[in-house]
Ligand binder design. Structure first.
Ligand SMILES: C[S@@+](CC[C@H](N)C(=O)[O-])C[C@H]1O[C@@H](n2cnc3c(N)ncnc32)[C@H](O)[C@@H]1O
Length: 242
């Protein structure tokens, strides 16, 4: 476990954190980027059904711990890709939006907004070819906002200027520029500013290097994270004190 100020990160499966450490209906906002199933090191050996199970578990657990009226902002890749998807030697890709829609609505979330994050082109690597078979790379990702409605009325959205944009671009890199799967600090800063208040509880079930935790601390929120890879502990510690 890592504790820094109002942030705590548990080095364990997100299901354990949700079931054993976070009370039901207590989280104001979750912000996360789950594994994308694109053959990253932390996905190796994972089969497609197992991946879908992880996605559904994440939506189920996050729904349960979210306050009525609370939000869940998820950043995900447009396609899953790899040989494991169909259990064959053929490389394939699967569009992910419908799986997210299915899981989110399946557990009761209301879909509030779908946005595109336009990534920095020069960060994509050279040569960069969109839709290049068999390893497509995309210069955009999805950012969806879910809400645990439960009959709760008016939406809490703080910055109309920020929230009305359909295509987002984020300033700032990962604070330490050392973790390839990290999102830029501007992404969780945007989500936290728009969908929560100072003092609120923010959760990241797939904390990675702890970028959401740092954004939450900078913006005066409380933070809980889960990260299954214990080897990330030193990096998370470094990020949180940045
Ligand atoms: C896309 S990365 C998140 C990166 C993060 N947003 C950042 O800025 O550093 C996904 C992370 O989820 C972690 N992970 C995978 N399965 C998990 C699980 N069941 N519970 C908790 N973390 C998990 C992986 O180890 C990986 O670090």
């Amino acid at each position: 476990m890592i504790i820094h100020g109002n942030a705590v990160v548990y080095l364990e499966d997100m299901k354990t954190t949700c079931q054993e450490r976070i009370q039901n209906d207590s989280v104001d906002l979750s912000v996360t980027s789950p594994p994308y199933m694109v053959e990253k090191a932390y996905e190796r050996g994972m089969e497609w059904p197992e991946y879908l199970d992880l996605l559904w578990t994440a939506y189920e657990e996050i729904y349960r711990v979210t306050k009525p009226g609370g939000y869940f902002v998820i950043n995900f890749g447009d396609q899953a890709r790899g040989k494991a998807l169909r259990g064959t030697e053929t490389h394939t890709t699967i569009p992910m939006s419908v799986f997210h829609w299915d899981a989110g609505t399946g557990f009761g979330f209301e879909l509030q907004a779908t946005r595109i994050w336009r990534k920095k082109f020069h960060k994509m690597g050279i040569p960069f070819v969109c839709n290049h078979y068999p390893r497509p790379v995309y210069d955009y990702e999805h950012i969806w906002t879910w809400r645990k409605g439960d009959g709760v009325g008016k939406e809490k959205v703080h910055d109309r200027k920020l929230s009305q944009r359909g295509v987002l671009e984020f300033k700032g890199d990962h604070p330490l520029k050392r973790y390839r799967s990290a999102f830029p600090i501007g992404l969780p800063e945007w989500a936290i500013s728009v969908y929560s208040d100072p003092g609120d509880l923010v959760y990241d079930p797939f904390a990675g290097s702890g970028t959401t935790g740092l954004a939450a601390l900078r913006l005066g929120r409380r933070f809980v994270g889960s990260e299954i890879d214990v080897e990330l502990e030193p990096l998370i510690r470094e990020v949180l004190v940045t």
